[in-house]
Design a protein. Structure first.
Length: 281
């Protein structure tokens, strides 16, 4: 299937403000693009891309006085299948993990494993290691937290979410990631697009989404504690230890988000050979 996705984000600033944006497509999905993926600004500013330590594409710019709108609109091809299920996937012991995976066993800014370790082993220690244990963590997180935009708080950690029992998608991901790491399962936080594809339309504004991946049987597998069931059309933008590593934007000074629109829709028409977008979505 083809998916049209993108955003319009508007920032206000009363002084030139350096910013790093993580609003690009993850390199692992570049081959699936059917049109150009490019961040466009409504004012002439220099933008420079670089790769961070987790392999994500980041963009540096300076928000000018008066603000700026950053936009992107692209078409990507997707397999159209729900998240891959591998119920027989085994869990490796830490001594057998590749070195690059080991950081995803450690506590981080929002995944305070030291405070959740006893809880995790009490809840999941008796469950077979591997896929079944991860699914049990997903089920627990989904049941433990009540979702709602009114519960959003940028400073909430996994331990706090578990106690407060509320949150948004990032809190669901943080809690599940932390519990997995407590059980010696490498887990990383992911941000990206997830449209209402293959499900009844949801009557809330489209937003970016957070989910997580775990390393089992030599590969990364996607899980979503917010929705709990496999979904179609997941488009990865960035991954890291937690939301601190993949913040959509980081401003080094006063800059305020004043406009926010995200779109993610399945389209029926292919992109034209010239690379332009179809007119209907």
């Amino acid at each position: 299937m083809l998916i049209r996705a993108g955003y319009d984000l508007t920032f206000a600033a009363d002084m030139p403000t350096p910013m790093v944006a993580m609003l690009n497509l993850h390199p692992s999905r570049r081959a699936d693009l059917r049109t150009e993926h490019r961040i466009v600004a409504d004012r002439p500013v220099a933008m420079e891309d670089f790769i961070d330590g987790f392999g994500n594409v980041c963009t540096r710019l300076v928000v000018p006085v008066g603000g700026i709108t950053l936009s992107c609109d692209f078409v990507i091809e997707d397999c159209g299948e729900p998240d891959r299920q591998s119920p027989q996937a085994d869990q490796h012991t830490p001594d057998l993990l590749p070195p690059e995976v080991l950081p995803f066993l450690l506590g981080s800014r929002y995944c305070d494993t030291d405070r959740l370790s006893d809880t995790a082993w009490y809840l999941f220690g008796g469950i077979e290691p591997g896929w079944a244990r991860v699914q049990a963590i997903v089920d627990y997180t989904h049941a433990q937290l009540t979702y709602g935009y009114q519960y959003a708080r940028a400073t909430r950690t996994a331990w706090e979410a578990n106690g407060e029992r509320v949150g948004v998608c990032r809190d669901f991901a943080h809690l599940a990631v932390a519990l997995c790491r407590c059980m010696n399962i490498p887990a990383r936080y992911c941000s990206g697009y997830l449209g209402d594809i293959g499900i009844p339309p949801v009557d809330i504004a489209m937003d970016f989404h957070a989910w997580f991946e775990v390393y089992l049987d030599g590969a990364w597998h996607s899980f979503d504690a917010r929705h709990r069931v496999p979904r179609i059309g997941r488009i990865l933008m960035a991954c890291g230890r937690d939301a601190a590593d993949v913040a959509l934007t980081t401003a080094f000074g006063p800059a305020w988000l004043t406009g926010f629109h995200v779109h993610t829709d399945e389209i029926k028409e292919p992109a034209t050979k010239s690379g332009t977008l179809p007119l209907a979505a």
